[in-house]
Design a protein around this ligand. Structure first.
Ligand code: URA
Length: 215
């Protein structure tokens, strides 16, 4: 099975993890992607935001949420009252998965599957272990599945504080901290004109739940 575990160095700090993640070959996604996109932010962050995987621009730049979805996220965080300086931003899967259009150069995002999500989980687990955040926000289904398991459903579990499970060891018992799930910011961009304002308001409202836990 795919597994990033053997690539995660013991006893490393965030910079050490980032350096090691650059050489991860725990699943086949490294082959086509430009580079590993590790999390961004400090070890003292009080809140960790977990997305799905880097997109086209993140893959080129090597930083999470620097494309269109990142624009939505930045606005929504400000509206919800979460200080980006207190946040660590990362993804459940750290390489861009895509398909090339039949002819042409456009790279079309493909959702990671459960094998890829679980292969990459040791990186997320090590980030969370080092940071020990008070609140973790799962942005969308992939992050929710990585953190809560494959039966996670955004529509049923969004916007309410949940105990954050420990990702270390056997996945038994609660860790410390609280998880809040919401939609992925790119769902706001994909919504049609009629639905977009509601989708965005829902994102801000769920992030508001996380913001109140930080006060
Ligand atoms: N979407 C994500 O889930 N993560 C990113 O970093 C960018 C877009």
């Amino acid at each position: 099975d795919y597994d990033a575990g053997p690539f995660v160095p013991g006893g490393a700090d965030l910079e050490g993890l980032r350096d090691a993640a650059a050489g991860c070959r725990g699943c086949p996604l490294f082959r086509e992607a430009t580079q590993t996109v590790f999390g961004s932010g400090g070890a003292s962050a009080r809140v960790v935001l977990v997305g799905e995987q880097p997109g086209d621009q993140e893959d080129r730049k090597g930083e999470p949420f620097v494309g269109p979805a990142g624009g939505v996220l930045t606005r929504a965080l400000a509206e919800a009252g979460i200080d980006p300086a207190e946040a660590y931003v990362t993804n459940a899967v750290k390489h861009f998965k895509f398909e090339r259009q039949a002819r042409g150069k456009r790279r079309i995002h493909k959702a990671p599957n459960l094998h890829e999500i679980s292969a990459c989980r040791p990186w997320l687990a090590s980030e969370l272990r080092l940071i020990g955040p008070e609140v973790v926000v799962a942005l969308g289904a992939t992050a929710g599945k990585s953190l809560l398991g494959s039966s996670f459903r955004v529509t049923q579990q969004r916007g309410v504080p949940l105990p954050l499970p420990s990702l270390d060891g056997e996945g038994d018992g609660a860790g410390e901290g609280t998880l809040v799930a919401t939609i992925h910011p790119s769902a706001v961009l994909r919504a049609d004109d009629r639905a977009r304002a509601d989708a965005y308001a829902g994102l801000v409202s769920d992030l508001g739940v996380a913001a109140r836990l930080l006060r």
